[in-house]
Design a protein around this ligand. Sequence first.
Ligand SMILES: Cc1ncc(COP(=O)(O)O)c(C=O)c1O
Length: 371
Amino acid sequence: MSTKLEFVDLKSQYAALKDRIAERMQRVLDHGQYIMGPEVAELEQRLAAYTGAKHCITVASGTEALLISLMALDLKPGDEVITTPFTFAATAEMIVLLGGVPVFVDIEPDTCNIDASLIEAAITPRTKAIMPVSLYGQCADMDEINAIAARHGLPVIEDAAQSYGASYKGRRSNNLSTIGCTSFFPSKPLGCYGDGGALFTNDDALAQAAREIRVHGQSARYTHTRVGVGGRMDTLQCAIVLAKLGRLDWELQRRREIGAAYHQRLAALDLTTLTVRPDRDSVWGQYTVRVANRTHVQAVLTEAGVPTAVHYPKPLHRQPAYVQYGNPDSCPLAIAAADEVMSLPMSADLSDADMDRVVAALTAAVGLRGQ
Ligand SMILES: Cc1ncc(COP(=O)(O)O)c(C=O)c1O
């Protein structure tokens, strides 16, 4: 059997950026400001300019970005946050950690994003925020969600952990609502080499609150104005992201091209590709398809050296930690998606030969449509 493909090819990315990364890291080692060094502010300025948001606050991870956002919005025990059950656990986890209640709303089967048309019916007097997720790299229906939120005076947090760089109606993910939260987990569209994240906002007061919460609620040194967390992104990780920015547009473009090529080449197969709405793009944080008999398909691909992953095998309203927050039989479309979704190798450095291998293995596993 030939060698196994990489699910996310970070080695090729590193090879292309090695000198730039070494130079950026060396600068940090020379100045020695490992916490809140100059690279932190430099990165925040670059990312704010890129997304168009007025403020960018880097934090320790995407999870921390969600936590700090909810703290900045003053989420209190018993407050409800409307979100999707078809996401990584962190989305609901941070709501629950603060004593809040996630209210799960079903998804659209063709994008797997939250179904905006179901949100208004889920609003109650306890609703404190709406938290859509831009799943797999494609933004949710942010304008529809913002309009509902505006009618009810609610903030919207975009969980944009998988969608840094995606565009939506000519604007950029992370700058589409009250707050955008992203992750720099290494496999994300913009990753560091450890944990990192950022939140974005145009609201001066929220930005100030987030900056304070990130450093134990300090408004000045040893003046703890509010309760916060130790939530900083370290200088070395910021330096690594800075080194990657010069290649980011190329990488995002490659991800779009690879996504489009997958779509085209898989169109005749007996599986379902996801839909990208015409007014936005996907940066394919994951390239995910829906297949029947996933266990068999994954086994055939594994045998052919093609790794796959499942994002996500069980929706959150059916996970033991969150089952108390809803009816496990609600959100039937999320339940169905969880049984069928399968992600394929995706990264900017996926070669044409690698894609040929994925497509050949998948063709062998599922066959052509109508056969
Ligand atoms: C949708 C979503 N939200 C939040 C997170 C959390 O990000 P991090 O792993 O950086 O804490 C992730 C990342 O895995 C994610 O995919």
